[in-house]
Design a protein around this ligand. Structure first.
Ligand SMILES: Nc1ncnc2c1ncn2[C@@H]1O[C@H](COP(=O)(O)OP(=O)(O)O)[C@@H](O)[C@H]1O
Ligand SMILES: [Mg+2]
Length: 234
């Protein structure tokens, strides 16, 4: 099976070369656990390899993303300027629709249907990152979310797109972790205090990756200026 580099050489080694190409991967974790940073590594490496990427952002502006990447040593601006990287922001639309749903008291799926994401994913042949898919769970019942997420993932895989769905832990929990079922791989990030040292530690755990022998243990990492995610194991 062909692999797409994660952008982190040690992670590629742990995953038989990288993410399975053309499949959907879910990255979940609490706020600040490094989900966006992990996504940026994939995007940066893919752009360097002359692939084209679409970054769908619900929480950050394109400028936020470029600055964040730059501070971690990933100069995405060049790729953004020449169009290899497209950053599409869908935040305003969600807020507008959330407001109208409150005003009109509707609980039907809104026009920010997750499935409609496919309409903005056109002309992209390689990589799509959706950061954060959790916002869609606010506007639809669980069964609708599951059906739409399955359908979207199925469609994007059929098109051969390697897709990373980033989902905050709160949304993941609220939706009973159903997103994990339909994707090819699931990665969990966490940042927690070590009770013995009182220091915060970061971990990456591969919960599932079809067709791949996954690391048995969580991998300890840090996020370093100019470098991004660095695995601490040797
Ligand atoms: N330039 C940097 N140098 C060191 N750490 C950074 C830098 N930029 C971000 N970080 C770390 O990454 C964290 C943000 O990670 P992020 O991927 O945005 O989290 P998430 O998307 O899971 O909410 C910050 O809280 C900080 O700890
Ligand atoms: Mg984020």
């Amino acid at each position: 099976m062909k692999r797409i580099s994660t952008g982190i050489p040690k992670f590629d080694t742990e995953l038989e070369g990288g993410y399975p190409e053309g499949k959907g991967i879910l990255i979940s974790g609490n706020t600040g656990s490094g989900k966006t940073v992990l996504g940026l590594h994939l995007v940066y490496r893919a752009c360097m390899d002359n692939k084209n990427c679409l970054y769908i952002a619900t929480e950050e502006t394109p400028e936020d993303i470029l600055v964040q990447a730059g501070s971690l040593g990933m100069d995405l601006r060049q790729f953004y300027d020449d169009g290899k990287l497209v950053i599409q922001r869908i935040y305003e639309e969600r807020v507008y629709e959330a407001i109208s749903s409150v005003e009109w008291g509707t609980d039907r799926p809104l026009s920010s249907d997750i499935i409609k994401l496919k309409d903005i994913i056109t002309g992209i042949n390689d990589i799509v990152i959706i950061d954060n898919i959790g916002v869609f769970t606010l506007t639809m019942p669980l069964d609708v979310f599951r059906a739409q997420f399955d359908a979207l993932n199925h469609m994007l895989s059929k098109q051969g797109l390697t897709t990373v769905y980033i989902m905050d832990e709160t949304s993941n929990r609220r939706t009973d972790y159903v997103a994990a079922y339909s994707v090819y791989g699931v990665i969990k990030l966490s940042r927690k205090e070590n009770p013995y040292t009182n220091k915060h530690e970061r971990y990456l755990e591969v919960a599932k990756m079809r067709n791949t022998q996954i690391p048995e243990e969580p991998i300890m990492l840090k996020i370093a200026p100019e470098k991004g995610i660095v695995f601490l194991s040797d």
